[in-house]
Design a protein around this ligand. Structure first.
Ligand code: 5AD
Length: 443
């Protein structure tokens, strides 16, 4: 028996790509393991969106070099955005690598592994294809899993000044609605209750299709699939968040009351330099539009601090906007230069110590807001989709509300995959504590 170890850095797209590769390797007779030392094949699925993610990937690849020294037959490969970005240069930096597989070629990994085993290493495939084979590969969700990711579009045509994604994921391309619905229906048959539709900018879904099913129409189709109780999507660009998409939150029962809407900055000057093509007021207007329709909607965001040219007063504007919106959660990052992006040549570099200070202020404020939001849920009833036994305690199960918050409550593993009514008894910084209400468990 041969073992395959896959480590995933970065976004849900990468998680989904890794699931796909794991499945392909299982078909080749490999058993997927979490034990790096036991592996005969190591694949590092990389992310290049920020410098830190890049460093982490290089450091893991460095550790694998020692393993390979002790076990020369070990096959080692990289995939994902960093692989796409570095191409053959990866072999100069890490000569122990056997293959480098770009973002459009992950379906070719089994073939690459076979070739490496037969003829030795140094294979590279980073062609950005018009019709990537990996695009339509389905991921059979593992038995018992309740939630699954489904890719609806790949690539990105927006060029935000800080962002490397368009360079490493290729041009925008939407999958056909029929293919998506078929995949979702197949997942539902296997017991999946929740699907998250993935794309770098899901809201512009359909722009590259002739038959013009737009994103709200696609949500309707997916929401109507028998057995699918919950639909989520990520990620949205505020500029494409249309009135009709906002209406979808009211009109489509299965669509969960949560949106991840990256803000990036609250300063119009910085937003313009970032090429985000909306103002802080326009962003706020979208938030109002969402909350008018669904007052309890959960809103999460991404924010960058220390973008070139960001003054104290620009940063204050971000803080002001956070105060106005009061996000349920925010992922916040220090700006890091990414090769080839427009911002790389911008002046006004912000000192590292200033970035750190701003990040700390922002994160402290967000922690207060998150806690406030979670506390406000105390006493209320939530529908929880149970994922399984809780990480913290064997006596608890863990699941998510429709607003995507984690709830732990006393219960048994038999509840996994069920929708359970739960009373929230306590809101914490990162999760909620609940008590199961009797009677209403949905199969
Ligand atoms: N520096 C810091 N953060 C970045 N992000 C994207 N590119 C950069 C960069 N160069 C952040 C954005 C994006 C999230 C996925 O990562 O906030 O929404």
């Amino acid at each position: 028996m041969k073992y395959c170890y896959i480590h995933t850095f970065g976004c849900q797209m990468n998680v989904r790509d890794s699931q796909q590769v794991a499945d392909l390797m299982e078909k080749e007779g490999y058993l997927v393991t979490d034990d790096l030392k036991a592996a005969d094949l190591v694949i590092v699925n990389t992310c290049s969106v920020r410098e830190k993610a890049e460093q982490k990937a290089h450091s893991l690849i460095g550790r694998v070099r020692r393993l390979k020294a002790a076990k020369p037959e070990l096959v080692v490969g990289v995939m994902g955005c960093l692989a796409q970005q570095w191409g053959k240069r990866f072999f100069d930096r890490s000569p122990h690598l056997d293959f480098v597989c770009g973002t459009h070629s992950s379906d070719r990994i089994p073939d690459m592994v076979r070739k490496v085993r037969e003829n030795g290493g140094n294979l590279e495939d980073t062609v950005l294809r018009e019709h990537p084979g990996s695009f339509n590969l389905r991921v059979p969700s593992s038995p018992g899993s309740v939630a699954a990711y489904v890719t609806i579009r790949q690539g990105r045509d927006n060029y935000c000044a800080y962002c490397i994604v368009p360079f490493v994921r290729g041009r925008e391309k939407s999958r056909l609605p029929g293919d998506i619905v078929d995949e979702v229906a197949g997942l539902a048959v296997r017991g999946v209750k929740e699907v998250t539709l993935l794309g770098q900018n899901v809201n512009s879904y359909g722009n590259t299709l002739d038959n013009k099913v737009d994103f709200p129409a696609l949500l309707k189709l997916v929401g109507a699939v028998e057995g699918i109780e919950r639909v989520r999507f990520t990620t949205s660009h505020p500029k494409d968040l249309s009135e009709s998409l906002m209406d979808s939150f009211v009109e489509i029962d299965a669509l969960c009351e949560h949106i991840h809407l990256p803000l990036q900055s609250g300063s119009d000057y910085i937003l313009k330099r970032m090429k985000r093509v909306y103002t802080s007021e326009e962003y706020l207007e979208k938030i109002r539009g969402l909350r008018r329709r669904v007052p309890s909607i959960s809103i999460t965001t991404d924010i960058i601090v220390g973008f070139p040219g960001e003054s104290d007063s620009d940063f204050e504007k971000t803080i002001d906007l956070m105060e106005k919106v009061r996000f349920d959660n925010a992922f916040s990052f220090k700006y890091s230069h990414r090769p080839g992006t427009a911002a790389e040549s911008y002046d006004g570099e912000v000192e590292e110590s200033v970035k750190s200070r701003r990040l700390a202020i922002l994160q402290k404020l967000q922690a207060e807001h998150t806690l406030e939001k979670n506390r406000a849920m105390e006493g209320g009833e939530q529908e929880v989709l149970v994922e399984g036994i809780s990480k913290g305690s064997r006596d608890d199960v863990s699941g998510r509300t429709r607003s995507n918050k984690i709830v732990n409550f006393s219960g048994e593993s038999i509840l996994a995959g069920r929708l359970v009514p739960v009373k929230i008894v306590r809101g914490y910084a990162h999760s909620l504590r609940g008590e199961m209400l009797q009677g209403g468990v949905k199969e």
